[in-house]
Design a protein around this ligand. Structure first.
Ligand code: PMP
Length: 389
């Protein structure tokens, strides 16, 4: 076959796989999603439509429209404690392209990237397309899915170039503590590593926790690329706009990679993103309130089911549900789709420490979460009964 051997080995996205699994039921509930069910706020949609009418139908510069880069620089100064100018901001085709373009820019073949796992599956593939090697460290259930800095030391090798960190974390639903971030910063400085930090869920945080950007810690701005985007905070997954902030000489080379990969993000969508950042922000709190409600329903409902449990998510709209008493996570996920008509993601797809868990997305209506929990309870009962036979 005319295929590169490394690309042949790449795994398809677990989310896409679950969407196509057949069910006996016609009224399938989808808790496997990686996005909110809520629409893009209408002022943003209108700004996008107007941009087309106003003639934003041509290429934008590689690094993005100046007006958007300005707005992002203002945002990260105000909200993230990153003292950036528009020249440090790079607009991408979703956060996904920020990841892949950065790894293409950063890695030589065989260079290693340390990543805590379970992790978003896009990390593994974006490192693979750059011919890098992911080296995982565990986010253990026994440590409530937070990083134990001692594990970083075990992962270091002469080939380590980058550490990739994600907070708030998909799929774990955690928000990194300040001590965790300080330990990563110390480790990166000590071993002279570059840091890629994915903060795309920064606005989806519960119980008054605070998001801290790694680049705001002392000595980190010059060795960090901070990735963010519009997909999650503004419910704009389909618009495909993300960005990163980088204050390092590397940035002079990035536009060449961007030109080769995509030549720039959608121009009218970038105008809509200016409205997202500079227009009314009330809906961010409004949507957060909705996620908080379904988070609580999920947490109580799941923990009331025999043989199943979950930690309370600290951020994101995902929960990791322990189903290890019922069977292997892939088998449980298959059983639930086939028989109960509820789609979830087997978390072993996110790394070995996901084994025995399902990732559930609770960015759906309360009624859907309630029905989903009821169906999971039925499935759990069936699977436990089958085990006892
Ligand atoms: N990072 C994480 C942690 C994600 O969960 C996702 C999307 N599910 C992305 C990046 C990519 O987002 P985008 O739509 O901006 O490409």
């Amino acid at each position: 076959m005319w295929i590169n051997k490394d690309m042949e080995k790449l795994q398809p996205s677990a989310v896409r796989k679950i969407l196509t699994m057949p069910s006996k039921r016609s009224d399938v509930i989808n808790l496997g999603l990686g996005q909110s069910i809520y629409p893009t706020p209408s002022n943003i949609v209108e700004a996008g439509k107007k941009a087309l009418d106003d003639g934003f139908t041509r290429y934008a510069p590689n690094a993005g429209l100046a007006v958007l880069r300005e707005a992002i620089a203002e945002k990260v100064k105000k909200e993230n404690g990153i003292n950036a100018t528009a020249n440090d901001v790079f607009v991408t085709v979703g956060a996904q392209e920020a990841l892949s373009s950065l790894f293409v820019l950063l890695l030589n073949p065989g260079d290693e990237v340390i990543i805590p796992e379970p992790c978003y599956s896009g990390y593994i593939s974006s490192i693979a397309v750059a011919r890098g090697v992911p080296v995982t460290v565990p986010l253990r259930a026994s440590n409530d899915r937070h990083l134990d800095p001692k594990d970083l030391e075990r992962a270091i090798s002469p080939k380590t170039r980058v550490i990739l960190f994600n907070t708030p974390n998909n799929p774990c639903g955690t928000v990194a503590h300040k001590e965790e971030l300080e330990a990563i910063a110390r480790f990166a400085i000590e071993h002279d590593l570059f840091v890629v930090t994915d903060e795309i869920y920064e606005k989806i945080i519960f119980d008054g926790r605070k998001h801290i950007s790694l680049a705001s810690l002392p000595g980190m701005a010059e060795r960090t690329a901070t990735i963010n985007g519009f997909s999650k905070s503004y419910c704009m997954t389909g618009w495909r706009v993300g960005y990163f902030v980088m204050q390092n000489k590397l940035k002079e080379h990035w536009a060449k990679v961007q030109q080769a990969l995509v030549s720039g993000a959608n121009t009218s969508a970038q105008v809509a993103c200016v409205e997202a950042l500079t227009g009314p922000q009330e809906f961010v709190q409004e949507y957060l309130g909705k996620y908080d409600e379904t988070r609580n329903i999920l947490y109580e409902g799941i923990n009331a089911i025999t043989g199943v449990s979950c930690l309370k998510p600290e951020g994101t709209f995902y929960a990791m549900v322990n189903v290890s008493e019922l069977g292997a996570d892939e088998d449980v996920a298959m059983h639930l789709v086939e028989n109960q008509g509820v789609r979830t993601i087997a978390a072993s797809n996110y790394g070995p420490n996901g084994e025995g868990y399902l990732r559930l997305c609770f960015a759906v209506e309360p009624e859907i979460i309630k029905q989903g929990i009821q169906r999971i309870a039925e499935g759990a009962q069936e699977l436990l009964a089958a085990k006892e036979k």
